[in-house]
Write a protein that binds this ligand. Structure first.
Ligand code: FE2
Length: 326
């Protein structure tokens, strides 16, 4: 059985093909990069519309399959930016109709967890999902993937990107912030915003920009923001692991490429006799293979989505999905 998945919740469009054992036969990824400023949803959607068809062809070619070998088409139903979601959903519907195969709408956050479960030894982990638009701590409990902690305002990656722009590091600031933070020495006063099991990042951005206006160095600001925010993520993840009694933590999303974050989570996990798992970079970031694999699991469990139900959902919650495939 072969499943083709299309990802397009934000700046990344991806087309992946997997087989029934979870082998990734193709995983094409292309990213919309704004000339300046942040992601403009309509421009990102235009990018996806232009690149999607050649990428589908490229994925088929790379997989060594033919179009008639594809058994199911899947797409990222949400959460994400409306214009981007609608563009890739339209592409997925057209492909499903032309190939005369079923279509499945997949929850993007859940797919980060499912690809980690097949591509790492993690079998039942707590997922720390930290990306531009999403920041959630997720684990399986009582038939659903439940959110044990999440951001109350913006995703951590969104905050880092905004910080990068404000202090002159430019777009896609995460790696630049990580590099600058490695040179930082002074821990500045940044609010530690853990509220119960949830997190907030917009006040941290305000405080960091205020430090810059007072003349603090970019290195110390990046260092202080990283130390504070990653400690917040690690604390909430640890409490979720203790609560649901799981001995594995899986990382997902673009921000988890940061080595300092990985180091903190690993130290926490090892201190409690647990293990940290990090999928390969192209499976950790937004990609089509994770959508394809999750859709394949859903299809195999008997889930069917008639075409008229394949509407997108910008606010699609992780815990809305009844997980019948586990
Ligand atoms: Fe994501």
């Amino acid at each position: 059985m072969y499943c083709l998945g299309i990802e397009g919740t934000a700046h990344t469009v991806g087309v992946g093909i997997v087989d029934h054992e979870g082998n990734v036969l193709a995983n094409e990824i292309d990213m919309y990069k704004p000339a300046e400023g942040g992601i403009h949803p309509r421009e990102a959607a235009n990018h996806h519309a232009e690149t999607l068809v050649p990428m589908v062809r490229q994925a088929i070619e790379r997989s060594g399959l033919r179009f008639k070998d594809i058994d199911v088409v899947c797409f990222s139903k949400g959460p994400g930016l409306g214009p981007c979601l609608r563009t890739v959903a339209t592409g997925a519907r057209a492909l499903s109709l032309s190939l005369k195969v079923p279509i499945i709408g997949v929850n993007h956050c859940i797919s980060h967890l499912e690809i980690g479960r097949i591509k790492t030894p993690a079998k039942d982990p707590v997922l720390l999902y930290a990306s531009g638009g999403n920041t959630q701590v997720i684990a399986f409990a009582n038939g659903r993937y439940r959110i044990f902690g999440e951001t109350l305002d913006i995703g951590i990656g969104n905050m880092l990107d905004k910080l990068g722009r404000e202090i002159g590091l430019g777009y896609y600031a995460g790696p630049k912030i990580e590099k600058a933070a490695a040179q930082g020495k002074k821990l500045l006063n940044i609010p530690y915003s853990v509220k119960g099991m949830d997190l907030a990042f917009s006040g941290i951005l305000t405080a960091a920009v205020a430090h810059r206006n007072k003349g603090e160095s970019i290195e110390d600001i990046c260092y202080s923001v990283q130390e504070t925010c990653f400690a917040m993520l690690t604390e909430v993840t640890e409490r979720a692991m203790a609560h649901v009694e799981k001995d594995g933590v899986l990382l997902g999303g673009g921000v988890v490429q940061n080595k300092r974050l990985q180091g903190m989570v690993k130290e926490m996990a090892e201190a409690r006799g647990a293990v940290m798992y990090v999928p390969d970079r192209t499976l950790c970031m937004d990609n089509g293979a994770m959508i394809a694999w999750t859709g394949l699991l859903m299809h195999r469990a008997g889930i069917r989505h008639p075409l008229n139900t394949t509407v997108v959902d910008q606010r699609f919650r992780t815990d809305q999905v009844e997980v019948t495939w586990r």
